[in-house]
Design a protein around this ligand. Structure first.
Ligand SMILES: C[S@@+](CC[C@H](N)C(=O)[O-])C[C@H]1O[C@@H](n2cnc3c(N)ncnc32)[C@H](O)[C@@H]1O
Length: 279
């Protein structure tokens, strides 16, 4: 499965788009601004720092210590692995992605230091090619809505986590009222404007609690950080206006991104950080 925005992002990076390189060259996710009023929507560097900050918020929640084995499912260009590698010693890090093209870039970006190991594996996050109880932490940064099944992914995470292990992820969590609209329809007419590809954002907070219990996990934290991510949309519009030309950048100012902005501001779709504990 390939996603339109990933195809276009890879194409633009290969052609050398410096604004995209600085904003989305390491992390393919929304930004986090501790003080959203101070965001600079016309700065790819500011966006790159905010994307790094989002990874740090998730890593703080995961409480990763030296010596741990960590899986980053849906790892993109390996930015979160690189960030972790720079901050914690003696880690055994595995990045997994369904798309080998992203893993090639990730392998260039994330070089292990002498006391650590980094490996990349091409596979579907819902059928993890790892032994039972072989990881201390699993991360899934802004990708679970693309996976074929949240239920299958959580069951796989439970299987590969050691007792006491932790899963941390970020997702767009709908209010109960909005949940039925959280699946992007597969209508042909919408495919032209749908740069995001197949997404399922219909899992509510109580849906997560139910799925976690089914898998043998417990939702320990569910934090709505929407407010801190909203400057992302102004930056995407800036990218489209000033560094355009491609369908990707044009799509960033298109109706779909405008809708996500509106859903976020109106509390219909909450950008959330979740932590699950395995007993
Ligand atoms: C929005 S990007 C996030 C990438 C990365 N986690 C980051 O934060 O930079 C979503 C990622 O999910 C990956 N993905 C989609 N479906 C997947 C699946 N079934 N298994 C593994 N990875 C998948 C995509 O290839 C893409 O890298």
């Amino acid at each position: 499965m390939t996603l339109p925005y990933i195809d276009q992002l890879l194409g633009q990076l290969a052609r050398g788009n410096p604004a995209l390189e600085r904003s989305f060259g390491r992390h393919i996710h929304w930004g986090y601004w501790p003080n959203p009023a101070a965001a600079r929507p016309d700065s790819p560097e500011d966006y790159g720092r905010a994307a790094e900050r989002l990874s740090l918020e998730l890593l703080d929640l995961a409480e990763i210590r030296p010596g741990m084995r960590v899986l980053d499912a849906g790892c993109g260009f390996g930015g979160t692995i690189a960030t972790l590698e720079e901050r914690v010693e003696r880690l055994d890090l595995v990045g997994l992605n369904i798309d080998p093209r992203q893993l090639q870039r990730a392998a260039r970006l994330a070089a292990p230091r002498p006391d650590s190991r980094i490996g990349f594996v091409a596979a579907d996050a819902c059928t993890l090619p790892f032994a039972d109880a072989s990881f201390d932490r699993v991360l899934a940064v802004e990708c679970i809505f693309h996976f074929p099944s949240r239920r299958a992914f959580l069951a796989e995470v439970r299987r590969v986590l050691r007792p006491g292990g932790v899963l941390v992820l970020s997702d767009f969590v709908p209010s109960p009222f909005f949940a039925p609209f959280g699946r992007l329809p597969k209508l042909k007419a919408l495919q032209r404007i749908n740069v995001l590809g197949e997404c399922d954002t219909s899992c509510t907070a109580s849906g997560y609690r139910r799925l976690a219990a089914l898998a043998g996990l417990r939702v320990a934290t569910l934090r709505d950080i929407t407010r801190h991510t909203l400057p992302t949309y102004a930056f995407l519009k800036y990218l489209a206006r000033h560094h355009g030309g491609s369908r990707l950048v044009a799509g960033f100012s298109g109706p779909l991104i405008g809708l996500l902005d509106f859903y976020g501001r109106s509390g219909l779709l909450k950008y959330s950080l979740l932590r699950f504990d395995r007993s």
